[in-house]
Design a protein. Structure first.
Ligand SMILES: Nc1nc2c(c(=O)[nH]1)N[C@H]1C(S)=C(S)[C@@H](COP(=O)(O)OP(=O)(O)OC[C@H]3O[C@@H](n4cnc5c(=O)[nH]c(N)nc54)[C@H](O)[C@@H]3O)O[C@H]1N2
Ligand SMILES: Nc1nc2c(c(=O)[nH]1)N[C@H]1C(S)=C(S)[C@@H](COP(=O)(O)OP(=O)(O)OC[C@H]3O[C@@H](n4cnc5c(=O)[nH]c(N)nc54)[C@H](O)[C@@H]3O)O[C@H]1N2
Ligand SMILES: [Mo]
Length: 710
């Protein structure tokens, strides 16, 4: 509930009658007025004055900015083809599909988002291939879940993709048995009865062993398996040797605990399986997500009350103008030939492969990418191998960033355009994402500065470039989506949300929406594309097992990016109410690990990977598997000023690599389960950094191959 006085939002509080958060709200939501009216908020379009990245800007009118940007885009598309113009956007924001719509209308296949291959697309695609639709936990139904298995997922803090933080805590309070598979005893794991600390990057092995226990101890749902699955015999053969002892040696999860978790999940039903992004940030993402996905099916927990339910898909798909992208352009999509489930015909939401796209910007291979339009994305912080990203952005003829705040990435732009914040935006939201069991109206209630919502900016550019669809107002798009509900956007605004009762076991009517009409334990569609039809485990390419040559220099396993309650990725570092909750970038390590280097809780440490080093504050506690180091991602320091805002000091993506091998289907790279070492930072005045802190540890700054230091 927003309180508005004199055209300003003065207070944001949770609505006790809203079914999704039930009168509770996260700290970031409560801080909305501070975000909206922060003195650093961008309020007017800016044009670069002087050298790129030098930090000099001239305020210009919208008319000037958009006319100049459109003219440059028009010239570039005529000279080099629309594929030389790329679009970048951030994670699932209101304007997400409008960016895709603009890209298709412009005729460029090259848009990206730093999630996708490394976030959500593997889960969505695997769900579609395996069960014919995306699934989410059923917390609001007539039956309470008995067991909740949290796998690489910390929804108490991250609450992602379905506003999960509150219903999850309620279900655990109501007596559901919680199991957490996580190298850290996360905020969620602390509410669980079982915590299985796992070596990062080895989740597929654990899942295969759980399937083994469930099949060979006869704990599976025989009736469901017989009637509603294909390939059970093949799956049984596949996991025959994946014993708990085999998995213990790989994952470090004790065999007995693993078996106990499998029994509990299979027998104390209904069970929800909450899976997180940790399963996708490794180069075996397809098979890791597949292995975990099959657990739901063999235990009969699909689309039952209190289990994992198939989405209701209440709205029509967003009109992204897919047919406007010329057929020849599909072949030009960077990375699409290789990563078929990311960029190919069968992909859920075809996009470019980020490493291929940034390489093309940097080197012109296989063709030049000359312009990049960012809509809510801070790639210097959120894309792997930040130094390569930096080199790529420097090469562009045109970089435009639409943003709430100046960021290290926006600071390199030619134009920076002020975006609207959420209370300044009209959209239709589906909750949860992709499942769309509910539909909510997001309404513009105030105007701040000259800020415009991203969709409007895109439509304005589309009109100037005479693109198809440009004349359709946003409201018409929203009305089209809402048609199945018999509502217009104005009517939805008046009602606020639609949340009908769930229909369970929808498959009983027409079968699952897969080629066989059943759950595909054995997936022929994958086989036809050249991918393994049954899940497999592969050791991460950079790990103590794969790279024994690196162990002496990099003895610990590094995982990056576990979410913190007070920040959203690279956002909010300038918001005092949130920054106060965590002033410094944090690295978690076990007392055994810290003890070897005389590191105490609160010390500043270097975390060093084969590609570079970052400075973090040590948090020493037994709530993490010994030998694992977990670092925050997204850190920069608005208070240090431009042009680079300390982007090289504590940025986890200085440590990561964008080099192969990738997941063969999605092109995912490794952000979890890399190698590192830790060192104490010698005493120094607070806030200052040694001059060499920006130096990469080894190799060519734009190379970043895991072997570069070997
Ligand atoms: N090492 C490592 N890297 C990671 C991850 C990890 O775990 N480890 N996680 C990855 C994942 S899963 C994701 S999804 C990505 C996220 O990557 P991004 O989406 O790029 O990250 P954000 O910092 O959330 O958002 C970028 C910018 O959007 C701006 N913004 C916010 N709202 C709006 C809006 O409405 N309009 C516009 N125009 N701008 C807006 C913010 O000010 C911010 O600067 O990061 C990925 N990167
Ligand atoms: N407050 C806040 N909420 C957010 C976001 C945010 O930035 N801040 N980002 C949003 C986005 S885009 C996303 S994708 C989601 C992500 O939210 P989640 O899916 O919950 O992902 P994370 O918190 O990144 O990681 C979940 C857990 O995985 C553990 N982990 C690390 N490596 C591994 C591994 O190899 N295996 C296993 N099993 N566990 C591992 C971490 O310790 C962590 O506790 O959060 C969304 N919600
Ligand atoms: Mo994400």
């Amino acid at each position: 509930m927003l309180t508005v006085a004199d055209g300003r939002v003065v207070r944001v509080r949770p609505d006790p009658d809203f079914p999704f958060n039930r009168g509770q709200m996260c700290v970031k939501g409560l801080a909305t007025p501070e975000i909206m009216y922060h003195p650093d908020r961008l309020l007017h379009p800016l044009r670069r004055a002087g050298a790129r990245g030098a930090g000099h800007w001239t305020p210009v009118s919208w008319e000037t900015a958009l006319a100049e940007i459109a003219a440059t885009l028009d010239r570039i598309r005529n000279e080099s083809g629309p594929e030389s113009i790329a679009l970048g956007q951030g994670t699932g924001r209101h304007h997400y599909l409008h960016v895709v719509r603009f890209a298709n209308a412009l005729g460029t296949p090259n848009w990206y988002e730093p999630g996708l291959a490394n976030c959500f697309i593997p889960r969505v695609t695997v769900s579609q291939l395996t069960y014919g639709g995306f699934v989410v936990g059923d917390y609001d139904g007539p039956v309470r879940p008995q067991t909740i298995l949290f796998w690489g997922h910390n929804p108490v803090v991250s609450g992602p993709d379905g506003e999960l933080a509150f219903p999850v805590q309620q279900a655990l309070r109501d007596g559901a048995f919680g199991i957490a598979i996580d190298p850290r005893r996360s905020e969620t794991a602390r509410l669980c009865q079982m915590w299985l600390p796992i070596r990062p990057g080895t989740d597929a092995a654990l899942a295969l062993a759980m399937i083994h226990v469930i099949i060979f101890e006869n704990l599976y749902d025989r009736e469901f398996v017989e009637q509603w699955t294909v390939g059970f015999g093949e799956l049984r053969d596949q996991v025959r040797d994946c014993t708990p002892a085999w998995a213990e040696a790989i994952t470090r999860v004790p065999a007995a605990a693993l078996a106990a978790a499998a029994r509990r999940y299979a027998l104390a039903k209904p069970s929800i399986l909450e899976w997180g992004v940790a399963l996708e940030q490794n180069p075996n993402s397809l098979q890791t997500v597949r292995a975990v996905a099959l657990l739901r099916a063999i235990t009969g927990n699909l689309d039952v009350p209190g289990g994992d339910i198939l989405g209701m898909n209440l709205t029509r798909p967003y009109p992204v103008l897919k047919d406007k992208l010329p057929a020849g352009m599909l072949r030009k999509r960077l990375g699409a030939d290789q990563f078929k489930l990311l960029g190919g015909f069968k992909a859920f939401m075809p996009s470019a492969h980020i490493p291929a796209l940034f390489t093309a910007m940097r080197t012109g291979d296989p063709y030049r990418v000359r312009a990049l339009l960012l809509f809510g994305n801070n790639p210097l912080l959120t894309v792997a191998h930040a130094r390569g990203v930096h080199a790529a952005l420097q090469k562009l003829d045109l970089l435009v960033a639409t943003e709430l705040f100046m960021t290290p990435s926006a600071a390199l732009a030619d134009y920076v355009l002020p975006a609207a914040c959420w209370p300044e935006v009209n959209q239709v939201l589906e909750l949860p994402l992709v499942a769309a069991n509910a539909v909510v109206a997001q309404s513009k209630i105030v105007q701040v500065g000259e800020c415009r919502q991203d969709e409007e900016i895109l439509d304005d550019l589309a009109r100037r470039l005479h693109l198809p669809g440009a004349d359709e107002p946003l409201e018409a798009v929203l009305n089209y989506r809402l048609a199945p509900l018999g509502l217009t956007f104005e009517q939805l605004r008046a009602r606020y949300f639609v949340y009908p009762p769930h229909r369970y076991r929808k498959y009983a009517e027409g079968g699952f929406r897969t080629p066989s009409g059943k759950v595909e334990l054995y997936c022929r569609a994958l086989e036809r594309m050249g991918y393994a039809p049954l899940p497999t485990f592969r050791e991460p390419p950079e790990s103590p097992v794969s790279r024994p040559d690196l162990i002496a220099a990099f003895p610990y396993v590094l995982t990056t990016g576990s979410r913190r309650r007070q920040f959203f990725h690279s956002e909010h570092r300038q918001i005092a109410a949130l920054r106060r909750l965590q002033p410094d970038p944090q690295a978690d390590l076990h007392p055994d690990t810290a003890g070897r280097h005389a590191i105490r809780d609160g010390d500043w440490i270097w975390v060093v990977s084969p590609r570079g080093r970052i400075r973090m504050k040590a948090r020493v506690s037994p709530d993490i598997l010994a030998g694992v180091v977990n670092v925050d991602h997204g850190w920069w320091f608005p208070e240090r000023g431009g042009p680079d805002y300390g982007v090289w000091d504590s940025n986890a993506n200085v440590l990561t690599s964008d080099q192969p091998p990738y997941d063969p289907a999605f092109g995912s790279y490794q952000l979890r389960g890399l190698l590192c070492r830790v060192e104490r930072v010698a005493a120094e005045p607070a806030g200052s950094l040694p001059a060499d802190s920006a130096e990469p540890a080894a190799g060519d700054p734009a190379a970043g191959h895991p072997g570069a230091a070997a």
